[in-house]
Design a protein around this ligand. Structure first.
Ligand code: ADP
Ligand code: MG
Length: 705
C-alpha cells in the first residue's frame, strides 16, 4: 500500500527552485513519486515503504537541503498548517513572509544609476554612484550567492547574476554591473507579481467555502465554524450568503445561484423540501436548512480538494520542460566557458569574449522556461472550473486535446434520461391497455432504471411483486398476482424463450411485457435529446474530433434513430454492460485516443478504460466525482465542447510559451556570442520572457465563451 503525505511550502522563490526540490526528493530511495506544485505551493510525496517517521524526516531534510530558504509543514486532513483553514487563505493571498521593500530599493538604485550615467565625465564619482546603486539592488543576491557557495550549490539564478555582474566590474564596467542587478530585480519583481496574481485569481475562483455558519441552537443564533456543525442541525442562510453545508430547506423559499459550482448563470428557485448544495449562493431571501453532511464531506469541500490537487498531476509537456531546464543551465554555462576561452585565444581580446561569456551566464537562467508551461495548465484548469468543469490534472487536459474519438453513453448523457410512456400496443386477446400497464408497472416499480420509472408512473392500482430479478441491459422478471411477469427488450424475451408477438412502433425504447410465457403487449417509452446536443457535437467536430461514437444498451433501431437526429456517426447498440468495455476497447485499436463521456452511473469500468473520462451531472453523485478524470457539475452537454476547446487552447498556449522561451533564449545566445546583445538583452531573455508567458497564459483564464 502506498502512503502519501502532503506539505504546504513557503518562501519557495521560483518554479526552478521547486523543480530542484522535486528532483532531489524523487532521487531518494523509497520515494515512488514526488511532485512539487509551484502554483499551489505544495509538495506531495508517495512512497511504498511502510509508515516510518525516520523516512519522512529524511524527506524533509532532503527537501530543505535542496532549498534551505523554503519553509515546509505537513498538511493534515487538507488543512493548511499555516493558517488552519481548509481553503488556505494565507499562502495564495500574498501572506508569505514579508520581503524587503523591493519597489523602493529598485527606485533608489535606479536614481543612483541615472546620476552615475549623468556624471560619466567625472570618473570617480560616477563609479562610486554605480557601486552604491549596485549594492542597493543586489546585496541580497550577493549574500545568497556566498551562502550557497559554502554549501557547494552553484548555478542557481543568484549565482549566475552575481558572477555576471562581478565579471562586469572586473572589466571595469561599473554601470553595466549595476544595470544587471537593477533589471534582474525589476524582472523578478514583476514575474513574482504576475504569478502571484494569477494564483490569487484562481484561488478566488474557488473561494466557495464559508468561513462561518449561523446555527440555530436552543432557539438562538450561534455563529460557529463550518467544522463545528453536526449533521441534522438547523442553519440559517441569509440573502447573499454562501450555503455553508449541504442540506434540505426547512423554511423559506428563495433563488439559489449555483454559478460558482456549475457555471450556470440563471438562478434556480428552491423551497421547503428541496435540497441545496454547499458553495451555491442564496440570492434572494433568508432560508433555514437542515444539514445533511459534515463540512469535510460536503460538496464544496470535495470540489475544492479536487481542483486543489489538480496541478499535482502534471502534463507531459510540463515534465518535458522541467527536465529540459535541468540540462539547459549547465550546458549554457559550459558554452560560456568555452566561448571565453576559445574567443580569447583566437582573437587575443579576452575582455570582449569574457564579457560575452557573462552575457551567456545571464541567459542561462532557466526561470522563464520552468514557469512557462505550468502556468498555462493552471490557467486552463481555472478557466474550466469557472464553467463548472473540474479537471483532475494538467495531464487530463493535454490528453483531452489529443483525443480524435469521443464516445458517449446515450441515456442521461445525450438524452435527458427522463423517459415517458408514449404508446401502448396490446398483442394478446383478453388484455387491454390498462391491465397491461397495471401488471407492467407493478413489476417495474421494483427497479430503479429510468425506463422502469416511466412505466411505474403510469400504472394504476399497483400490486405487490415478488421474486424480482433485474437482468442488466435486458430488463426485469418477477411474480405479480400469481403470474410470471417479464418486462424488457427482445433480448430478455429470447432469453426466456418467449416468441415476440408484434412489431412495436418507432420513436423510442420498447418494453415488451410477457405474462406466463406469452408476449401480451409492448410499451413504447421515449426520452428526448438534450438541448444543444447537435450543435455541441458539431462544435466538437470543428475542434478536430474525427469520430463521434454512441455506446448504449438500447435497441439498435431506436439508438440509430437518435444518432441520426443528433449527428453521431458510429452507433454501438444493444450492449450489455460487459459488452460496453469490449466495444470501447476496440475503439482504441489502431492507436486512437478516446475520450468517454457518461453520467458516471454504472459506467465506471468504461471511464477507467478511457484515455480520459468525463462524467456529467456530477453534482450530488460522489461516484462520478471519484471515477472520472474530468467532472462536469451540471448535465449541460455543451460543457463537453467547452472542455475540448479550453483543453486545446491550453495545449496551444503551453506550446507557444515553450517556443517563445526557447526562441528568445536561443536568439539571445546567438546575438550574445556575436557581441550584438549586451546584458540588458540577456535579462529580457530571462525575466521578460517569463512575464510574456504569464500574460499569454492569462488569456486562457480570461477568455469568454
Ligand atoms: P443504457 O446504455 O442506455 O444506459 P441500459 O444498459 O441501462 O442502457 O439498458 C439497456 C436496455 O435494457 C434498455 O434500453 C432496455 O431496453 C432494457 N432494460 C434495462 N432495464 C430495464 C427495465 N427495468 N425495464 C425495462 N427494460 C429494461
Ligand atoms: Mg446507463
Amino acid at each position: 500500500m502506498d502512503t502519501v503525505r502532503v506539505w504546504k511550502l513557503r518562501d519557495l522563490d521560483c518554479a526552478e527552485c521547486g523543480a530542484r526540490v522535486e528532483a532531489a526528493v524523487n532521487a531518494m530511495p523509497g520515494v515512488r513519486k514526488a511532485t512539487v506544485d509551484y502554483m499551489q505551493m505544495k509538495m506531495t510525496v508517495q512512497t511504498d515503504v511502510p509508515e516510518d517517521d525516520a523516512f519522512w524526516k529524511a524527506v524533509e531534510k532532503t527537501a530543505h537541503g535542496a532549498e534551505d530558504e523554503m519553509e515546509m509543514r505537513e498538511m493534515k486532513d487538507g488543512v493548511c498548517p499555516y493558517c488552519g483553514h481548509e481553503r488556505c487563505t494565507c499562502c495564495e493571498a500574498g501572506g508569505r513572509k514579508k520581503r524587503d521593500p523591493m519597489p523602493l530599493r529598485i527606485l533608489s538604485s535606479a536614481i543612483l544609476f541615472i546620476l552615475s550615467m549623468a556624471l560619466r565625465s567625472r570618473q570617480e564619482a560616477s563609479m562610486a554612484l554605480a557601486l552604491l546603486s549596485y549594492a542597493i539592488a543586489g546585496y541580497d543576491v550577493l549574500i545568497n550567492t556566498v551562502k550557497n557557495l559554502f554549501k557547494g550549490k552553484m548555478l542557481d539564478e543568484h549565482f549566475l547574476m552575481a558572477v555576471a555582474s562581478v565579471g562586469a566590474m572586473v572589466l571595469k564596467d561599473w554601470r553595466e554591473a549595476a544595470a544587471v542587478m537593477i533589471f534582474y530585480q525589476i524582472g523578478e519583481y514583476f514575474q513574482e507579481k504576475a504569478v502571484d496574481s494569477s494564483r490569487r485569481n484562481i484561488a478566488s475562483l474557488l473561494d466557495l467555502e464559508s468561513d462561518t455558519v449561523t446555527v440555530v441552537r436552543e432557539g438562538r443564533d450561534v455563529v460557529v465554524e463550518p467544522d463545528d456543525v453536526r449533521v441534522g442541525e438547523t442553519v440559517k442562510v441569509k440573502n447573499g450568503e454562501k450555503i455553508p453545508l449541504d442540506g434540505v430547506i426547512v423554511s423559506g423559499s428563495t433563488l439559489i445561484d449555483t454559478k460558482n459550482i456549475t457555471g450556470e448563470p440563471v438562478p434556480r428557485r428552491a423551497g421547503v423540501g428541496d435540497s441545496v448544495v454547499s458553495g451555491c449562493v442564496n440570492a434572494q431571501s433568508v432560508i433555514t436548512i437542515r444539514t445533511t453532511s459534515l463540512s469535510k464531506d460536503s460538496t464544496v469541500s470535495k470540489i475544492t480538494k479536487l481542483v486543489e490537487n489538480s496541478s499535482s498531476s502534471k502534463a507531459k509537456s510540463e515534465q518535458f520542460i522541467t527536465r529540459f531546464a535541468r540540462v539547459y543551465t549547465p550546458s549554457v554555462v559550459g558554452a560560456a566557458f568555452l566561448l571565453a576561452l576559445i574567443g580569447s585565444l583566437a582573437t587575443r581580446q579576452p575582455s570582449v569574449w569574457i564579457y560575452r561569456a557573462f552575457v551567456f551566464l545571464v541567459i542561462s537562467c532557466p526561470c522563464a522556461l520552468v514557469v512557462s508551461v505550468p502556468l498555462a495548465y493552471f490557467s486552463g484548469i481555472g478557466a474550466l472550473a469557472k464553467r463548472g468543469v473540474m479537471v483532475k490534472g494538467g495531464n487530463w487536459l493535454q490528453t483531452l486535446s489529443e483525443c480524435d474519438t469521443f464516445a458517449f453513453d446515450k441515456t442521461g448523457t445525450l438524452t435527458d434520461g427522463t423517459f415517458a410512456v408514449t404508446k401502448t400496443d396490446v398483442w394478446a386477446g383478453g388484455w387491454d391497455e390498462d391491465t397491461l400497464l397495471r401488471y407492467a408497472a407493478s413489476l417495474e416499480k421494483e427497479s430503479t432504471h429510468p425506463i422502469a420509472h416511466a412505466v411505474a408512473a403510469v400504472g394504476k392500482d399497483l400490486m405487490e411483486a415478488t421474486d424480482v430479478e433485474e437482468r442488466a441491459g435486458r430488463g426485469l422478471v418477477g411474480r405479480v398476482d400469481g403470474h410470471a411477469v417479464a418486462c424488457g427488450n427482445a433480448k430478455l424475451l429470447s432469453e426466456l424463450g418467449i416468441p415476440v408477438a408484434g412489431e412495436a412502433a418507432r420513436g423510442g425504447s420498447t418494453v415488451m411485457v410477457a405474462v406466463d410465457g406469452v408476449h401480451v403487449g409492448t410499451i413504447l417509452v421515449s426520452d428526448s435529446v438534450k438541448k444543444g446536443v447537435p450543435s455541441s457535437l458539431q462544435r466538437l467536430r470543428n475542434l478536430g474530433v474525427k469520430r463521434l461514437v454512441m455506446l448504449t444498451g438500447d435497441e439498435k433501431r431506436n439508438a440509430e434513430a437518435v444518432a441520426e437526429e443528433i449527428g453521431i456517426d458510429t452507433v454501438k447498440a444493444g450492449l450489455l454492460p460487459t459488452d460496453k468495455t469490449t466495444e470501447f476497447g476496440r475503439l482504441k485499436d489502431g492507436g486512437h485516443k478516446v475520450a468517454y463521456t457518461g453520467d458516471g452511473i454504472n459506467d465506471a469500468p468504461v471511464l477507467a478504460l478511457s484515455d480520459v473520462g468525463l462524467a456529467m451531472g456530477a453534482l450530488g453523485s460522489d461516484a462520478a466525482i471519484e471515477s472520472a478524470d474530468i467532472v462536469l457539475m451540471t448535465d449541460d452537454f455543451s460543457r463537453v465542447a467547452d472542455a475540448r476547446r479550453i483543453a486545446m487552447a491550453t495545449s496551444r498556449v503551453a506550446k507557444e510559451n515553450i517556443a517563445l522561451a526557447l526562441a528568445v533564449k536561443f536568439a539571445a545566445l546567438v546575438l550574445g556570442a556575436l557581441g550584438l546583445a549586451g546584458m540588458w538583452m540577456a535579462i529580457f531573455a530571462d525575466t521578460g520572457v517569463a512575464i510574456l508567458c504569464v500574460l499569454n497564459s492569462l488569456r486562457i483564464l480570461l477568455s469568454r465563451r
